[in-house]
Design a protein around this ligand. Structure first.
Ligand SMILES: Cc1ncc(C[n+]2csc(CCO)c2C)c(N)n1
Length: 219
């Protein structure tokens, strides 16, 4: 029988394939993505990362073994540091201030995605939490790798792509996949893991789609 991570990935593969075809990512790679869509994405990603780092910290605290405590705590700190740095430089280049980020707030898809992640990491089983956060790593690695091959004529977009297409990020993702493959999920729990993994993969698609469409609160 194949590994749990492989079963999760297989379940989400049709969604992942649609991610690669999304006009936001096609535009990122060929440089045609409107600045406004990228700006929307970076502002929302700042809000996303605030919640995501807390989810990783929660998973670290809830781990039954010692090694994942260390791993998720480091990743939580990294999500705050590295991404903050990336955002600080990108926010500057895009002429976005901290004030713009605060004023815009978390828009509908960001709110829905981070609420889902937080709920699963706080109240689901530990295995469910790991399955819910895994697409954030894995989808970004695959997208980073694919886009790196296509590259981008826009230096700003190229910089973003290089972060997730890097060998350092590759090693980080391998660690989380290894933790996933050591999970011992019973049949019912595995089904919930599959649901979380496919749901957060869908949210990854929706996150880019919201930026592409410029989705805002309807009321
Ligand atoms: C919507 C959205 N999804 C995933 C990531 C990628 N990501 C953010 S933090 C982290 C792990 C630790 O650094 C990863 C893989 C993102 N930036 N934005």
């Amino acid at each position: 029988m194949c590994t749990l991570s492989q079963r999760l990935w297989d379940a989400a593969r049709p969604t992942y394939e649609q991610i690669l075809d999304h006009p936001f990512l096609l535009g990122l790679a060929d440089g045609s993505l409107p600045r406004e869509a990228f700006r929307y994405f970076i502002v929302q990603d700042s809000h996303y990362l605030r919640a995501y780092s807390r989810c990783l910290a929660l998973l670290g605290a809830r781990s039954p073994q010692e090694e994942p405590v260390r791993m998720f705590s480091l990743h939580a700190a990294n999500a705050v540091d590295v991404e903050r740095e990336l955002h600080a430089s990108l926010l500057g280049d895009l002429q976005i201030t901290e004030d713009d980020v605060e004023r815009t707030g978390a828009l509908p898809t960001t709110t829905a995605y981070t609420s889902y992640l937080t709920a699963v990491c706080a109240t689901g089983s530990w295995a469910e939490g790991v399955a819910a956060v895994l697409p954030c790593y894995w989808v970004y690695r695959e997208v980073g790798r694919t886009l790196l091959e296509r590259s981008s004529p826009d230096p700003l977009y190229a910089r973003w792509i290089e972060t997730y297409g890097s060998p350092e990020f590759d090693a980080v993702v391998d660690q989380v996949i290894a933790v996933t493959d050591r999970l011992e999920a019973a049949a019912g729990e595995e089904q919930r893991c599959l649901t979380h993994f496919t749901t957060t993969t869908r949210y990854e698609w929706m996150f880019w789609d919201a930026a592409w469409r410029g989705l805002v609160w309807p009321v």
